[in-house]
Design a binder for this molecule. Structure first.
Ligand code: TRP
Length: 347
């Protein structure tokens, strides 16, 4: 076992590759990850295998979006020299860990997982739940523990998955008789999740209420124009409500000038401030935020070779790390271990 010289805590997080990332991802996690890559050893997983658990009928979409999400990462400022970006399906040790973990979790526990329950509802699976989907918490536990992650920055909706991961960790450590796997801590952003432009609780591509990081200036302008405000604020002179007003929620998330936002809120509540004025400010802010991201994304998109090289190097490094964890677990459990590279049985 090689000695780790890098003592920084380990972060693992990922995104299903079902579509390009949007402002909700940016506010909820990408922004955090850009900062954390300096203080932590960070791995980012392009979760194509997990994406297949509810997209088995469209593997081409899943594959295409591996590159799209990678472009989003690089464009927002994830630095591949500081963060290891890897493709989940290129890490066979994670599939093996998943199979192992499925023996340490019950079907009833999977069915009780609040995230799974919720997602089964929104996807309308009814009774036809793909087995891979029901079991993906075990796969996500494999992702997290395969890297021996200490910290997992995720949205609030993912907290039950971290909890279930730690249950599996405790069961395995108990079985082995020592703490081979660390428990992981969820890092949930304080701002909460960003609502969709229509005011619905979650920004999501499938709901058509998202602003993608690759949005054009026209798309940004249109999205802000149709943004949900206070339905009772009919005339500029009427007093308006700030709570639940998406334009203000977004200003809270993206406007650095807190004093200016508070001033706008006071004037809006008092009456005399029209929606169009607030929207113009938000549009400016979003245009300024997204313009450089879009430019970098376009430039990187022309250099597919570079992006794929970085993914390959990241995936190779991640292979070694996850395989080492698998070997350690197999050994701890008393199973045979094998030299993967040389197909030689260790005896
Ligand atoms: N489930 C996450 C999502 O839907 C993606 C993901 C896959 C993930 N593996 C992970 C997140 C490991 C954190 C850690 O966005």
């Amino acid at each position: 076992m090689p000695i780790d010289i890098d003592q920084r805590p380990i972060i693992l997080t990922g995104d299903r590759t079902t579509g390009p990332l949007h402002l909700g991802h940016y506010a909820g996690s990408l922004k955090n990850r850009i900062v954390l890559q300096h203080s932590h050893r960070q791995y980012l997983l392009l979760a194509d295998a997990q994406a297949l658990t509810d997209n088995a009928s469209d593997p081409a979409k899943v594959r295409r979006n591996v590159l799209e999400v990678a472009l989003d990462y690089l464009a927002v400022g994830i630095d591949p020299d500081r963060t290891t970006i890897c493709v989940q399906s290129g890490l066979p040790a994670l599939a093996e860990l998943t199979l192992l973990y499925l023996n340490f979790v019950t079907v009833a526990r999977l069915e009780r997982n609040p995230t799974i329950k919720d997602e089964i509802q929104t996807r309308g699976f009814g009774r036809d739940i793909p087995a891979g989907f029901l079991c993906y918490p075990a796969a996500q536990a494999a992702d997290i523990t395969g890297f021996k992650a200490n910290v997992v920055p995720v949205g609030e909706d993912q907290a039950p998955l971290i909890e279930q991961t730690n249950e599996i960790v405790r069961r395995l450590n108990r079985q082995i008789g020592r703490d081979v796997l660390p428990e992981a801590q969820a890092l949930i952003p304080s701002i909460g999740r960003l609502p969709g432009v229509d005011g619905k609780a979650k920004m999501s591509k499938s709901q058509g209420n998202a602003i993608p990081l690759s949005a054009t200036p026209d798309e940004i302008r249109d999205a802000v124009r149709r943004m949900y405000t206070d339905p009772n604020h009919l005339r500029a002179s009427d007093p308006g409500t700030v709570e639940g007003n998406v334009v203000f929620t977004y200003l809270d998330a993206f406007d650095e000038d807190r004093a200016a936002v508070e001033d706008l809120k006071a004037r809006y509540r008092h009456g005399g401030l029209g929606d169009s004025v607030v929207k113009r400010r938000l549009e400016d802010i979003l245009q300024n935020l997204l313009a450089p991201i879009r430019e970098r994304r376009t430039a990187l998109g022309r250099d597919r070779g570079y992006v794929l090289d970085r993914l390959q190097a990241g995936t190779l490094a991640a292979r070694e790390r996850t395989q080492a964890t698998l070997d350690e677990l197999r050994d701890g459990l008393g199973l045979f271990t094998f030299d993967v590279a040389r197909f030689e049985m260790h005896r």
